[in-house]
Design a protein around this ligand. Structure first.
Ligand code: HEC
Length: 125
C-alpha cells in the first residue's frame, strides 16, 4: 500500500471529533461564562444562545441589548451559521458599538465548530 493511501485509510478510520462536539468544548471554554446554551436558561452577562441559529438578532426577550444589536434586529437580521461565523471573526467590526466585551474566535475551525454546536441547540424546554 502506498504511503498516501495508508494516510487516507488512517484518516477514515480515525476521524477527528465531530464539529458540534468540538464546538461544545470551545463554547464551554470561551463563551459559557457569559452565555447559556441550554433550553429555557435565563440570560447571564450575555443573552441565551439556545436556538440562536434561525433566531432574529437580539432575539432573547429577557436580555437588554445594546442599540447596535437592536438596530440590526429592526433591520430584520436573522442569525444563520454563516452570519454567526463572520460575527465571531470580529464581533465589533460587524456591530460597531457592541457591548459583548469579548473578542470572538481567531481560529476559523473553532468558529465553524461553535456555529455547528449552536445550530443543534433549541430555545424551548
Ligand atoms: C464577557 C462576556 C461574553 C463572552 C465571553 C462572550 N459573549 Fe457573546 N455577548 C455578550 C453580551 C453582553 C452580548 C450582547 C451585546 C450587545 O447587546 O451589544 C453578546 C452577544 C452575543 C451574540 C448576539 C446574540 C443575539 O441574541 O443576537 C452572539 C451570537 C454571541 N454573543 C456569541 C458569543 C460566542 C459564540 C462567544 C464565545 C466565542 C461569546 N459570545 C462570548 C457577552 C459575552
Amino acid at each position: 500500500m502506498s504511503r498516501a493511501s495508508l494516510l487516507l485509510l488512517l484518516a477514515v478510520l480515525h476521524p477527528g471529533p465531530a464539529p458540534a462536539a468540538e464546538g461544545r468544548q470551545v463554547f464551554a471554554a470561551r463563551c459559557a461564562g457569559c452565555h447559556a446554551a441550554a433550553p429555557g436558561a435565563p440570560p447571564g452577562a450575555g443573552p441565551s444562545l439556545a436556538g440562536v441559529v434561525g433566531r432574529r438578532v437580539a432575539g432573547d426577550a429577557e436580555f437588554d441589548y445594546s442599540p447596535a444589536l437592536l438596530a440590526a434586529r429592526e433591520a430584520g437580521q436573522v442569525w444563520d451559521a454563516g452570519l454567526l461565523q463572520r460575527f465571531l471573526a470580529d464581533p465589533d467590526a460587524m456591530f460597531p458599538g457592541l457591548w459583548m466585551g469579548a473578542n470572538g474566535l481567531r481560529d476559523a475551525a473553532d468558529r465553524a465548530a461553535v456555529a455547528a454546536f449552536l445550530a443543534g441547540t433549541t430555545r424551548a424546554d
